[in-house]
Design a protein around this ligand. Structure first.
Ligand SMILES: NC(=O)c1ccc[n+]([C@@H]2O[C@H](COP(=O)([O-])OP(=O)(O)OC[C@H]3O[C@@H](n4cnc5c(N)ncnc54)[C@H](O)[C@@H]3O)[C@@H](O)[C@H]2O)c1
Length: 331
């Protein structure tokens, strides 16, 4: 779809649903740009509806808290672009935006490396019981031989979702002397597989063979509860699961039960069906789980890349150049 032709306004209106200070946003614009900056308050759908009518540019919320729903999009009268300062954009109804000729841009690729690094770190930490030994020492113990603790060399890693992040994981595993399996809806060429040192497996086969399984598929209707009770039962009793994709990719109730019954060694969870994870959630009571608050990708370097990418697209809107990282096919 093509975005409608619009005249360059004398004064730009930039509306941010992200909690950036208005002054920081002003510094984001080229010097001399005549612009009104509005930071949405209250941080709700209604707050966004009330703020966006005159917006030329809308900044998406990197906390995903303020939704840009169809209702918010229908309240926009002249928006040229929605710029999301993160890789994920699940709080934006990008289909509704496309129907209104509004491109939605994200920061694809900005945090592939840190998410892959986190994945490898979490998988190895689970195999080595790192979080558990830390807790034991704090409790006054010294459990040198207390719990099964294995090296990963000669083990098998299963990557589910072989896109940007899945491939970065494979690249990072190159020196670990592991067999690396992957599963994806699309298969790269045999040359790519060989270059990355990976072997394709059907999902059930991968789950049954891998010692560490990491998840890197997007949350879509087809991937909701992709890892359900039946598939969890395929895992080896000493297998580890790393979820850095989205909480809904795993049936959390089934995972909780499997972890409680020690039907797998452990899980490292960076993402949850409900975020923030409610206080006192049963996952927090388990000794075989490593938890992180959706921080796999939030390293300083990624934040700098995200700001640079968002600024570059902001400048493109101001100068009328074609946008990059458009996720909803609006040219
Ligand atoms: N934890 C974090 O901080 C964090 C940060 C960035 C991204 N993520 C998550 O990681 C996901 C993957 O990111 P990416 O950049 O690698 O995405 P990507 O689009 O490059 O790769 C996703 C891969 O999943 C595959 N896929 C989709 N549906 C599938 C299915 N039903 N079965 C098998 N394969 C399927 C696609 O073919 C693709 O190769 C994102 O969608 C996001 O949810 C998490």
């Amino acid at each position: 779809m093509t975005a409608p032709e619009r005249q360059t306004p004398d004064r730009w209106t930039v509306v941010s649903t992200a909690p950036f200070p208005a002054e920081a946003l002003r510094r984001f614009l080229p010097e001399g740009t005549d612009a009104e900056i509005v930071v949405v308050e209250p941080r709700t759908e209604d707050g966004a509806v009330a703020a966006v009518a005159e917006a030329d540019i809308v900044i998406g919320d990197f906390t995903f808290e303020v939704p840009i729903t169809r209702r918010v999009i229908e309240a926009m009268t002249r928006c040229r672009a929605i710029l999301q300062p993160s890789a994920g954009f699940q709080q934006i109804d990008h289909v509704a935006a496309a129907e209104h000729g509004i491109p939605v841009c994200n920061c694809a690729g900005a945090n592939d490396v840190p998410v892959a690094e986190h994945t490898v770190m979490a998988g190895v930490a689970l195999m080595r019981e790192l979080a558990w030994t830390d807790r034991q020492i704090r409790a006054g113990q010294w459990p040198q031989f207390g719990r099964q603790n294995n090296e990963v060399a000669s083990r098998t890693w299963g990557i589910v979702g072989f896109g940007r992040i899945g491939r970065q994981v494979a690249q990072r595993l190159a020196g670990w002397e592991m067999t690396v399996l992957y599963h994806d809806a699309f298969r790269p060429s045999a040359e790519d597989e060989a270059a990355l040192g990976v072997e394709y497996a059907e999902l059930d086969d991968l789950l049954a063979r891998a010692d560490i399984v990491s998840l890197h598929v997007p949350l879509l209707p087809a991937t909701r509860h992709l890892i359900d009770a039946r598939r969890l039962a395929l895992l080896k009793p000493d297998a580890c699961l790393v979820n850095v994709a989205r909480g809904g990719v795993v049936d959390e109730a089934a995972l909780l039960e499997a972890l409680r019954d020690h039907r797998l060694r452990g899980a490292a969870l960076d993402v949850f069906e409900q975020e923030p994870l409610p206080a006192g959630h049963p996952f927090t009571e388990l000794d075989n789980v490593i938890l992180s608050p959706h921080t796999a990708g939030t390293v300083v370097e990624a934040q700098v890349r995200i700001l640079k990418k968002t600024k570059a697209n902001l400048d493109r809107v101001l100068t009328g150049e074609p946008l990059v990282d458009v996720v909803n096919d609006v040219g």
